[in-house]
Design a protein around this ligand. Structure first.
Ligand code: IVH
Length: 684
């Protein structure tokens, strides 16, 4: 037998080889999952590989290394955090507090002066990035393996938080293609806003104290002594710089350095640019300001860094800050103000929400005068009282919130807040049901606040769309007693409208026209407009599609309702109860009698629809179809339209200027259609 034949036999890997292969696979898939948000394999397959590695390590302890993916969890509870002296001090950045464009200009002027440049010289190139609102961390990699993570501390000495940092899935335990003896990567550990909101929602559910903001929560988590607790706090990371480096050739510019870190598998924020001169910086500052609320995490400004490392060296340092970098702020997302009153708002479904009326305060870029206190328990836990000085937070599209009280500023005699037991608007009893966090007004449509909200909802753009029927007009109509029920709206004559205070003849005519126009609607819009609890747009569409006709829905049993996709027991019960009530049926009949109409179809249980069970994502601008039109067409064919691309997406429909969703679709190998492709698919 020749040795060749031996080699051809299927090679069974040795345990050491298999462990190496599992490391490679698990690192690769963790990167796809946590950093690129684009997994290639199902979670269950990842878990299987992970368990295989755990089993091998248990039987061969000598094969267990610190960069093993199994080492992310399971660290010991510590007595305290050990000090770590930074090989290269962690500096701070000078802050430019002028939030206008002038902030960027004065930094550029300082840099040019220090470099001895004149007006005749070309603009300086800057690396512009976000100023993440978290805490700075130094990650030390030796031979490409994460060996230590430390907080900034006082800049000279920080604390060892290695085992906590290991729990952050986004942070690679081993770098891709870098085995340098020492590479220290610096960056920010932060918490995404959606992760923060979800964490607080859980706290509220458990009746526990909520966290103040993502920054404090991330900072608190990273300094925890028990890594198991840290693993329950979803943290994220972005790299933005270097510490000590040995045996790695640092690229010539900051931007190239970030690209190199990204290629090693470290998360680097995509929201970065190379900007030319003051004009480039100002444009970046403006562009980021415009999208600040839409970012998934908090930032408190942007950071500009001279791009060329050679120029950075030439500029050097002041005592603790480099001359080559500056942080350019935005208006703060948290501010102090005082509570002038606590009012109770009544929602469309009767929910009573305590709202703090605040001394006006500029926060997160807008002037805020109201902030939600959520519910009784939350208001009590925070112990907010009239007269208190409070911290208000407004970040992203989340409604402004009172996040904490400054107890030391409380005036003597301030009274504890209690929820009223009757509706402040209609006087009906307000009850809090067992297991519920909210008080509800029991007045139903007898309550003018609920009626007003119900009308505004019915008139909304996504419901029957009565243009011009805003809250001021609804207040006038309801308060004057002219309109008591939804159908009353359609009985309004021009004279009645024109006789309202501050109503010009022309506006009255516009409302009459808008009411007339709204009569021609669709069944889903009408159903959604009724404001049945738990019936959003998607459910309304599903109901219309499934039953075809309104009468079939009015008479459906709970069991029949449960046949509709996405309708569970709570929703089915809510719909059934709504239509069982005589006054609700009466409203529906009267609206029909007033002339509201729509096309009715044949029942089409979803399974028969051509695109049933398929998920689509729309991105970019299509040549002829608007986003809403494409969505409607897809939903009519039984498809679901989602907002973001994941492995569950079946098709991405991309038009002009499609952005990251298209990139992600390509990465995940998802079919991409243009408008023609979409039409083709819809035609079957
Ligand atoms: S660079 C020498 N870049 O801001 C420059 N810092 O005072 C060192 N920060 O606590 C820092 N985003 O954690 C840099 N893109 C960014 C940053 C950033 C946030 C934080 C950093 C530190 C503070 C600097």
């Amino acid at each position: 037998m020749t040795p060749d034949l031996f080699d051809a036999a299927p090679a069974v890997p040795s345990p050491a080889e298999r462990v190496r292969e599992l490391h490679r696979l698990l690192h690769h898939h963790a990167h796809r999952y946590y950093v690129l948000d684009a997994p290639e394999i199902p979670d269950a397959e990842y878990d299987r590989l992970f368990r295989e590695l755990q089993a091998l390590e248990a039987t061969h302890p000598e094969l267990l290394t610190p960069d093993s993916p199994t080492q992310r969890v399971g660290g010991k509870v510590l007595d305290g955090l050990m000090p770590v002296r930074h090989a290269v001090p962690m500096l701070s950045i000078e802050t430019e507090t002028d939030t206008t464009a002038a902030g960027a200009q004065s930094f550029d002027a300082r840099v040019r002066k220090a470099l001895g440049l004149t007006d005749a010289d070309p603009p300086v190139a800057y690396a512009a990035e976000l100023k993440f609102d978290g805490l700075a961390i130094n990650l030390r990699y030796e031979q490409g393996v994460l060996v230590q993570a430390a907080t900034r501390g006082d800049g000279e000495t920080g604390e060892d938080v290695t085992q906590n940092v290991r729990t952050i899935g986004q942070i690679p335990l081993r770098l891709n293609g870098c085995e340098a003896p020492v590479l220290e990567v610096r960056g920010e550990v932060y918490m995404r806003r959606d992760d923060f909101e979800a964490l607080n929602a859980k706290q509220r559910e458990k009746g526990e104290k909520t966290f103040i903001n993502p920054r404090n929560t991330a900072a608190g988590a990273i300094r925890q002594l028990d890594p198991a607790l840290v693993a329950q706090r979803p943290l994220s990371f972005y790299a933005y710089g270097l510490g000590e480096v040995q045996g790695w050739v640092v690229p010539a510019t900051h931007a190239q350095m970030l690209d190199a870190l990204q290629a090693m598998g470290l998360p680097v924020c995509e929201e970065r640019a190379v900007a030319q001169g003051a004009a480039g910086l100002t444009a970046f500052h403006e562009a980021v300001r415009a999208k600040r609320d839409a970012l998934p995490f908090d930032i408190d400004g942007v950071v500009y860094k001279v791009n060329a490392l050679a120029l950075q060296q030439q500029l050097g340092f002041k005592t603790r800050e480099p001359r080559w970098a500056v942080a350019h702020k935005y208006p703060a997302q948290e501010m102090l103000t005082t509570v002038q009153a606590i009012e109770i708002q009544v929602g469309r479904t009767g929910k009573l929400t305590p709202v703090a009326k605040l001394a006006p305060v500029f926060v997160g870029g807008v002037t805020v005068t109201n902030a939600t206190l959520h519910n009784e328990d939350e208001a009590r836990r925070k112990d907010v009282r009239v007269g208190d000085t409070v911290i208000v937070r407004r970040a992203g599209d989340v409604i402004p919130e009172v996040v904490a009280v400054l107890p030391e500023k409380r005036q003597p005699g301030a009274e504890i807040f209690t929820m009223p037991h009757s509706c402040p608007v209609c006087g009906s009893a307000a009850v809090r049901e067992e297991g519920e966090a909210d008080y509800r007004c029991t007045g139903g449509l007898f309550c003018s606040a609920q009626r007003k909200q119900a009308m505004l909802h019915f008139a909304g753009r996504r419901a029957v769309d009565i243009e011009g029927l805003g809250d001021k007009l609804v207040d006038q109509l309801v308060d004057s007693g002219v309109v008591k029920t939804l159908p009353d709206l359609y009985r309004l004559g021009l004279t009645a409208l024109a006789s309202l205070e501050r109503m010009a003849d022309k506006s009255a005519q516009n409302i009459v026209d808008a009411l007339e126009k709204s009569k021609q609607t669709t069944l889903p819009r009408f159903l959604y407009g009724l404001g049945i609890r738990h019936v959003g747009e998607a459910t309304a569409k599903a109901l219309a599609r499934h039953f075809g006709k309104l009468d079939a829905i009015l008479d459906a049993t709970e069991d029949q309702l449960l046949q509709v996709p996405d309708v569970g027991p709570i929703v089915a019960q809510s719909i059934h109860t709504f239509f069982q009530q005589e006054h609700n049926r009466e409203v529906v009949e009267q609206l029909r009698a007033c002339g509201l109409h729509w096309e009715e179809g044949e029942p089409s249980p979803s399974a028969q629809l051509p695109l049933a069970g398929k998920t689509f994502v729309l991105t970019g601008t299509l040549p002829t179809l608007s986003r809403d039109e494409a969505k409607d067409m897809l939903e009519a064919a039984g498809a679901k339209v989602a907002g973001s691309v994941s492995k569950k997406t079946d098709y991405v429909v991309a038009g002009e200027e499609a952005g990251s969703k298209l990139d992600k679709a390509r990465e995940l190998g998802i079919s991409v259609l243009d408008e023609a492709g979409l039409r083709g698919l819809l035609q079957g």
